[in-house]
Design a protein around this ligand. Structure first.
Ligand code: SF4
Ligand code: SF4
Length: 192
């Protein structure tokens, strides 16, 4: 196999992983080999397209900035609600890294975990501890920061609550940037 053929096959696998409708029903890359392969493919693609990555890296930097700004805000909110929570969401949640989470982690140069967060639906997220998540915010799936439980929503109920406005603004930036990152990446892979 030539290097270019290998590159094209890697592109096809990543694109089809993203577009596969089954992905919504199954935990993606749950096997150790699948996880290793998909991450090798991201590394290979990023190396292959290194000269075209500047816009993507700018988007990833912007996501990092918004996540960093959100972290103390979310930690303060969690401090008010999570320590006495009767039913911690992370125990029951079925959370895994998706296509954009992994793309962001690779572009941002963050270390990649040894496996998908959970490999079966009966597992508890390994990030959970009784005192909070042990995974740095930038390295968590985006949904972990995006999600506000009812107790947290109640804390910032007023539409002009400063915390609510800050969360809303940073989250909107991240959502837009994740969408643009995905679109730009797919366009880059599929352009001839
Ligand atoms: S985010 Fe909400 S549901 Fe989850 S642990 Fe904190 S208080 Fe409980
Ligand atoms: S990564 Fe952290 S915040 Fe997300 S589900 Fe796991 S323990 Fe909860």
């Amino acid at each position: 196999m030539t290097g270019r053929q290998g590159d094209r096959e890697s592109e096809a696998i990543v694109v089809s992983s993203f577009k596969n409708p089954e992905a919504a029903l199954n935990i993606p890359w749950a096997g150790v080999d699948q996880w290793r392969q998909v991450n090798q493919q991201y590394v290979l693609l990023i190396e292959t397209y290194t000269g075209q990555l500047e816009p993507l890296q700018a988007i990833a930097d912007s996501i990092t900035a918004d996540l960093s700004a959100l972290d103390p805000i979310m930690e303060a909110l969690c401090a008010k609600t999570c320590s006495h929570c009767p039913d911690p969401c992370c125990i029951g949640a079925k959370i895994w890294y998706d296509f954009n989470d992994l793309l962001y982690l690779h572009l941002a140069g963050e270390p990649i975990s040894a496996s998908q967060l959970i490999c079966t639906r009966d597992q508890i997220c390994p990030g959970w501890t009784p005192t909070g998540c042990r995974i740095l915010r930038q390295r968590r799936p985006w949904i972990c920061t995006w999600y506000l439980c009812p107790a947290q929503t109640a804390q910032i109920e007023h539409p002009e609550h400063t915390t609510r406005m800050l969360i809303s603004s940073h989250s909107a930036n991240i959502k837009t940037n994740r969408r643009q990152m995905e679109e730009h990446f797919i366009r880059m892979l599929t352009s001839v």
